[in-house]
Design a binder for this molecule. Structure first.
Ligand code: NAD
Length: 497
């Protein structure tokens, strides 16, 4: 396949890097270069910010009515839908995710997101309008924030970009987006197919290194808000950089999701759930269930059924319809997973499945689905986010112990609890310190409900009306109703009552 040359999208124009340099984008299944993309510079980031600033300040986007913005977002959804197979194939080739996952999960959700926010913005309203002071009327108005910088990870390139693009644009902001360097293609392709629908400067894309482009976006005084989905360490740097002009920060960071399996849970359901939620997207998912807490009474039966099901996962070419698991996104991510497996063994965990690069696969960053038992709470494989297909199984005696251990990590993004006693599952769900808890399921997201973490998994919500609120700011407008030149309370400052 020919190597495609991409440009960045700034101020409605397709441009090269100001340095003229490019970087290679690789297909993780074949290790072949599939595209060359501009290696953006600080200057390019500044140009994109300037374009977004101009577009915002001119009013060309924020002053459109919600109906006008909604109808454009709806048209964008239609164009994406028309091109969805192409986008899914590109995403699969660039990320290594299976075509069935990309086509039947990512793309439909992207389209639904655009449609949801297109409708949601027309339903946005202020919360109060009353005469609180007795002398004047208060109105709450929600306004766009301004220029938003969105910084995107590589695991769901277009899908997570859309979680930011759709609410930010719906609310009337303008955007500069930086995709991850491993996976910039679907976002650039998205801009190509939708470029005619938005006024110039409203959506800008700069490709290049996080520590240059990302840092400029996070620190620029011309950016009003920075939204990152990424690693905790990146989140910390962004918070620091954002302090330069006290810009709003929205952080969706890592996870280490527990699954608590109560003794009355169905063995078949929990093993199905564990396999799916631990290994989807080759486990490069911040909500992936990576720690399974199983009651001692069913531990051995659970492990034996889990291993049997794991052996059915078909690893291979992500473009093939029958493939269940593709490669990891990069050699770095594969090596990191391999290192964690070594660490688990050194720490005394028992490897009961996988743990290696699949035999006979000479090319591609593949790694077997891997299961450890005998995992202890303080082991690194239990505490740290691996972002590779490694599942830890931990045995517990009492429900209190399971809840305490599930909560005992720095993360707080997502968790699940499985069982049939309604009172008990509901009580456990309430005690879990995570932003999202599923009961007898793991990982279902919908446009209408918020997604976002507690603790070091970040703050601010993606999806739902809460995301729309994130991309607006609240203004209190007060209208005097006395009509008096000298209001009754002025005496407290000067003169008498
Ligand atoms: P990353 O933090 O390495 O990179 C994310 C983005 O930040 C990339 O575009 C990168 O170029 C940019 N970046 C890197 N250094 C930067 C800096 N100094 N300043 C500004 N930007 C910088 O994360 P990743 O490896 O791409 O993605 C994996 C991480 O994302 C995992 O920790 C995962 O849990 C997290 N994640 C979280 C969610 C969620 O919803 N909470 C969803 C998906 C992924």
């Amino acid at each position: 396949m020919a190597v495609e040359h991409y440009k960045m999208f700034i101020d409605g124009k397709w441009v090269d890097s100001s340095s003229g340099e490019t970087f290679d984008v690789v297909n993780p299944a074949t290790e072949e270069t599939i595209a060359k993309v501009p290696l953006g510079t600080k200057q390019d980031a500044k140009s994109a910010i300037h374009a977004a600033r101009k577009a915002f300040d001119s009013g060309v986007w924020p002053e459109k009515t919600p109906m006008e913005r909604a109808s454009i977002l709806w048209k964008i959804a239609e164009v994406v839908e028309k091109n969805s197979l192409h986008l899914a194939q590109l995403e699969s080739r660039n990320v290594g995710k299976t075509i069935k996952y990309s086509r039947d999960s990512d793309l439909p959700f992207i389209i639904d997101n655009l449609r949801f926010f297109s409708g949601a913005i027309r339903n946005m309203e202020g919360k109060a309008s009353m005469n609180y002071s007795g002398m004047g009327l208060s109105i709450i108005k929600r306004e766009p924030i301004g220029v938003i910088a969105a910084i995107i990870p590589w695991n769901y390139p277009l899908y997570i970009a859309m979680w930011k693009i759709a609410p930010a644009l719906a609310a009337g902001n303008t955007l500069v987006i930086k995709p991850a360097s491993y996976t910039p293609l679907s976002l650039l392709e998205f801009a190509k197919i939708t470029e005619k629908l938005l006024p110039k400067g409203v959506l800008n894309i700069v490709t290049g290194p996080g520590d240059i482009i990302g840092t400029e976006l996070a620190s620029s005084a011309n950016v009003d808000m920075v939204a990152l989905t990424g690693d905790i360490s990146t989140g910390k740097k962004i918070m620091q950089a954002a302090s330069s002009n006290i810009k709003k920060v929205h952080l969706e960071l890592g996870g280490k999701a527990p699954m608590i399996i109560l003794p009355d849970a169905s063995l078949d359901a929990v093993t199905e759930g564990a396999i799916v939620s631990a290994f989807w997207n080759t486990a490069q998912d911040c909500t992936a269930s990576t720690r399974v807490y199983v009651h001692e009474s069913m531990h051995d039966a659970f492990v034996s059924m889990l291993v049997k099901k794991a052996s059915k996962i078909r690893i291979g070419d992500p473009g093939r319809e029958s493939t269940d698991m593709g490669p990891l996104v990069s050699a770095r991510q594969r090596d990191r997973t391999e290192e964690y497996v070594k660490t688990g063994l050194k720490e005394g965990a028992r490897l009961v499945f996988g743990g290696h690069r699949p035999k006979g696969m000479k090319k591609g960053f593949y790694f077997e689905p891997t299961i450890f038992t005998n995992v202890k709470q303080n082991m690194r494989i239990c505490q740290e986010e691996i972002f590779g297909p490694v599942l830890s199984v931990l045995k517990y005696r009492s429900v209190d112990e399971a809840v305490e251990k599930a909560n005992d990590v720095i993360y707080g993004l997502a968790a699940s609890v499985w069982g049939t006693d309604v009172t008990q599952v509901m009580n456990v769900a309430s005690r879990l310190k995570f932003g999202e808890v599923w009961i007898n399921e793991h990982g279902v997201l919908v446009s209408e409900m918020p997604h976002g973490g507690f603790k070091q998994s970040g703050f601010g919500k993606d999806l739902s009306m809460y995301a729309l609120e994130e991309y607006t700011q609240v203004k209190h407008i007060y209208i005097d109703q006395t009509g008096l030149a000298r209001k009754p309370w002025y005496y407290v400052v000067y003169g008498d009552k």
